[in-house]
Design a protein around this ligand. Structure first.
Ligand code: CP
Ligand code: NVA
Length: 310
């Protein structure tokens, strides 16, 4: 097999990565997690700086980037778009050029995928997508890491996403599952089906695994993991009433978890969760939930991505 080197690469979507490269990052994430658990100190980012740009709120993503970078000797700088010129007075291209002169890397969370792509194109440094309306790739890596901690290597496993099938989290999971050979089912009302072009792209990538889109909750049968996310993503607050109407039948509750037919199925959620809407407290706080391990794994996977690309 070729030696994997990801130095200098950005991560804007998993569509740009090969299976072996994702595998490499998952293995590295396992390594940095083990180091952390043993109390080992490393200095992978000593003398380096990262700009953390946020147009939208964040707890996990911001904290994962800041703590992972800082504890390895790097200097993270949090920049909310309330405070900087990006998008207000200065173009994205010009902001990218300036940040690229001052920082070794950039993280962007915000609305448009085109913004993170422009930052990657014009900054000359690795740029990481910390969530856009289209994708949430660092989340999907932590999700697969958590799946593998419970069931071993990803190929052939079955992951069901229940809820808003067109959102950033569902889309990123579809791509990473297609690349890694995980059977992926989106269970969603037809009005919230993921975009047909992305589904076709993922089906073409999926070697021998299934990418299914269905309104049928019975399709959780046999799932290793049942996954959900909020019904109303950031920036879509005006759609709240419509989403509640469409998605109330798709709540992940114990009765739905039991339809997997497996006692060892796990429950995943990227968080933040609205308990009582997309998931009941019984499930997310119950024995099948791995949502808290998954949140911790954000940090290890983000550290691995930065370590591999810087
Ligand atoms: N899962 C996730 O991205 O959480 P935050 O919005 O808190 O960063
Ligand atoms: N789909 C959610 C994910 C939050 C981490 C949102 O975009 O708000």
């Amino acid at each position: 097999m070729d030696t994997i080197t990801l130095k200098g690469r950005s991560l804007v979507t998993w569509l740009d990565y090969r299976e072996e490269e994702i595998r490499f990052l998952l293995d590295l994430a396992g390594q940095v997690k083990a180091e952390k658990q043993k109390g080992e100190i490393h200095r992978r980012f000593a003398g380096k700086t990262i700009a953390l740009l946020f147009e939208k709120r964040s707890t996990r993503t911001r904290c994962a980037f800041e703590t992972a970078f800082g504890e390895e000797g790097g200097h993270p700088v949090f920049l909310s778009t309330q405070d900087i010129q990006l998008g207000a007075k200065e173009s994205i291209e010009d902001t990218a050029r300036v940040l690229g002169r001052m920082f070794n890397a950039i993280q962007f969370r915000g609305f448009k995928q085109s913004t993170v792509e422009a930052l990657a194109r014009y900054s000359g440094v690795p740029v990481y997508n910390g969530l856009t309306d289209s994708f949430h790739p660092t989340q999907a890596l932590a999700d697969i890491m958590t799946l593998e901690e419970n069931f071993g290597r990803a190929p052939g496993k079955k992951l069901c996403f229940v809820g808003d099938g067109r959102n950033n989290v569902a889309r990123s999971l579809m791509v990473i599952c297609a690349k890694l050979g995980v059977h992926f089912t989106v269970i969603t009302p037809a009005a919230l089906n993921p975009a047909a072009d992305l589904v076709e792209t993922c089906r073409a990538l999926a070697k021998g695994t299934e990418i299914r889109i269905t309104p049928d909750l019975g399709e959780v049968a046999g799932a290793d993991a049942v996954y959900t996310d909020v019904w109303v993503s950031m920036g879509e607050e005006a759609k709240r009433e419509e989403r509640l109407r469409l998605l109330t039948p798709y709540q992940v509750n114990q009765a739905l978890m039991d339809r997997t037919g497996r006692k060892d199925s796990i429950f995943l959620h990227c968080l933040p969760a609205v308990k009582g809407e997309e998931v009941t407290a019984e499930v997310i706080d119950g024995p099948q939930s791995r949502a808290w391990d998954e949140a911790e794994n954000r940090k290890h996977t983000i550290k691995a991505i930065m370590a591999a690309t810087l």
